[in-house]
Design a protein around this ligand. Structure first.
Ligand SMILES: Nc1ncnc2c1ncn2[C@@H]1O[C@H](COP(=O)(O)OP(=O)(O)OP(=O)(O)O)[C@@H](O)[C@H]1O
Ligand SMILES: [Mg+2]
Length: 358
């Protein structure tokens, strides 16, 4: 399910652009304003219905035009996805010529983005880390979304009762929350364990090329959001008085997190920015490799401005990583960092000089 081609019309700086991509690594380079982020944004848009650059999708319509159209094709599955946006109208998404919703589009061409705002998983909020794991489970497990929405609806209801001090009807909601919360947690734990195993394997394979061996002492732990010596129901009952006082549910899967430690210290306290970025890239590649090997889904990883924060040693590690990854990766940089030696080494790489594409 890798994207094999994409065409854009009236999307930001491109009035018309068509690209043939490879299922392996795709590298876009070019000067400021040449359109690198725009290409990644267009790919992300057909994979999610959203832009990572701007919450106002209308701003992506080429100035002076009335609409943009993006069309992407996967030759393996024969899928065609389209995003069409007209001024003052909501975005339209289509799969094989039929209208689909945002949640369906995310399943047909899944993609994850790392850009300069989201390059550090360790610095990000727990909510961001939950989103990263939940999105992966959402595309791999059809029952996850009803589970997820069921949990958050029940949580909202319980919090409303706590806020309004309507305590007589709280217990049934506590039980419901505990039941759905347990199911949610089991799914998250399974996916986390699979990712962690894959992460350890990748780090082990990269070991020789890593100058810093701290990656070998990284430990990722899934914090389920409550004391794991208790069941969720016990924890909710245990914290009932505190919840009543604070008028909110203080424990549960909505507080879950992925914690990364180096010798018992939170990794964000130790890692440099470049190291944090490399860690995020390896973690997301691990998630994508799990999706491919265990669920037969092939997501695309998008990395904008790959070289920012990375020195040449860390960048070389990134190149070594590409050799271990079977999923599609699309990354950009201002300068052409892929010399002919790297190109010969990475057989499945395609280079695009963005200034010459238009
Ligand atoms: N709606 C629009 N209509 C026309 N041009 C636009 C629109 N939105 C953005 N642009 C222009 O598109 C160009 C490409 O922007 P983009 O962010 O893709 O560049 P980039 O190659 O990623 O640059 P950088 O190296 O600075 O990150 C910029 O010159 C920008 O001003
Ligand atoms: Mg850019």
């Amino acid at each position: 399910m890798a994207l094999s081609s994409i065409s854009l019309s009236n999307f930001r700086c491109f009035d018309s652009l068509s690209l043939e991509l490879t299922a392996g690594s795709n590298f876009f380079y070019g000067k400021n304003g040449s359109g690198k982020t725009t290409i990644l944004e267009a790919i992300y848009l057909v994979s999610s219905g959203r832009s990572f650059k701007s919450s106002n999708i209308e701003s992506a319509i080429m100035l002076g035009s009335n609409s943009f159209h993006i069309k992407a094709f996967d030759k393996e599955s024969g899928f065609i996805v389209e995003a069409y946006k007209e001024k003052n109208k909501s975005i339209q998404l289509k799969l094989n010529n039929k209208k689909i919703t945002i949640s369906d589009i995310a399943k047909s061409f899944p993609a994850t983005i790392i850009d300069n705002k989201t390059f550090s998983l360790t610095e990000a909020s727990p909510a961001f880390r939950r989103k990263i794991i939940d999105r992966a489970i959402f595309i791999s497990d059809d029952s996850f979304s009803s589970n997820w929405f069921g949990y958050y609806r029940s949580l909202k209801q319980r919090n409303k009762l706590l806020k309004e001090r309507d305590l007589g009807s709280i217990d049934p909601w506590t039980e419901k929350l505990a039941t759905i919360g347990d199911e949610l947690t089991i799914k998250r734990k399974i996916f986390f364990d699979q990712t962690k195993d894959r992460f350890d394997l990748i780090v082990q394979k990269l070991e020789l090329k890593l100058e810093k061996d701290f990656f070998n002492s990284l430990v990722a732990k899934y914090d389920q959001g409550w004391d794991d010596s208790m069941s969720l129901l016990e924890a909710l009952n245990d914290s009932k008085d505190a919840d009543i006082r604070r008028k909110v549910t203080t424990q549960g899967p909505h507080k879950a997190d992925i914690k990364i430690y180096i010798k018992d210290v939170d990794a964000k306290e130790i890692l440099s920015r470049g190291e944090q970025k490399l860690l995020s890239i390896i973690w997301l590649c691990s998630q994508h490799e799990v999706l491919r090997s265990a669920y037969n889904i092939s997501p695309t990883l998008l990395i904008d401005d790959v070289k920012s924060e990375l020195d040449s040693n860390t960048f070389n590690t990134f190149i070594s990583l590409l050799k271990l990854i079977e999923n599609q990766i699309i990354f950009s940089n201002i300068e052409d960092q892929i010399n002919s030696k790297i190109e010969a080494d990475l057989i499945n790489i395609k280079k695009f000089h963005v200034e010459q594409l238009d």
